[in-house]
Design a binder for this molecule. Sequence first.
Ligand code: C5P
Length: 291
Amino acid sequence: MNGSVTVRAPAKINLLLDIIGKGADGYHFLRTVMQTVSLYDKITVRQENEAGIRIYCDKENIPTDKTNLAYKAAEAFFNYTRLQGHGLGITLKKSIPSQAGLAGGSADAAGVLIGLNVLFEAGLSYEELKGIGLTLGADVPFCIRGGTALAEGIGEIITPLPDISDDCVFLIVKPPIGCSTPAVFKAYDEIEAPVHPDFDGLIAAAAAGNTENFAPLCSNILEQAVSIPEIEKIKNTMLLNGAAGASMTGSGSAVFGIFEKKKAADSCADLFPEEYFTAVCKAALNGAETC
Ligand code: C5P
């Protein structure tokens, strides 16, 4: 048994997000191209003498009770493996902002599952971990897998795509105001005739591995359901300052821009007000992994 295990869990962005239907349970059927990026939360899991699960987090706005997805992930892992009765501490060092569409909570849940599998030498396969992950949230299976992938269904049918160019630089910017995922999907349902993104065009351009070709096709149908003026302003600032493409990620409110040079992304980041979250990153080839 290991004393403690630390995992780094990357954020994800949606290079393209389209909605193609809705199930009886209210969940929407998506067609989305997802990408993990080098913006990581660090999750440490360790056995503790006292029974129960405890979460320690360096950010005050993050709940440390049963509502945290990391807690639910540990519970689901113990239920699945029947390893109940252990005391567990989970330390979250957060870099991924919440209410951003960057899957911060899902990344932490993925990190907990990967970490516990190693800590308890449980030997669960990736498929088993992804199965447990899906019971926690639609993005968790992708956060376990990472890289570049097409996700369909509610996000759980994952088809790997060729890795996008290592030269690609992403600038992620989130205004102080955040978005609630259920509220954004609900607002989407009220739109009469949403405009759909060019899904086939992006897939073809991404497969050809050419940033110049696919970046302008990055688009997110959920942008039409979010009425936060800052989002359009951030996109425009990026596009006027060297981004080859820019789009909201997930249900927002973060926006990413794709640049060919880190210097241009860094200079663009400096243009945003201090209270905005900004991060310059690269594509991450893997999902949550021990470090
Ligand atoms: O799965 P997750 O917990 O991230 O989803 C949060 C909420 O977002 C769901 O309760 C649902 O209202 C909405 N959602 C959806 N369709 C999806 C994913 C999420 O309607 N594919």
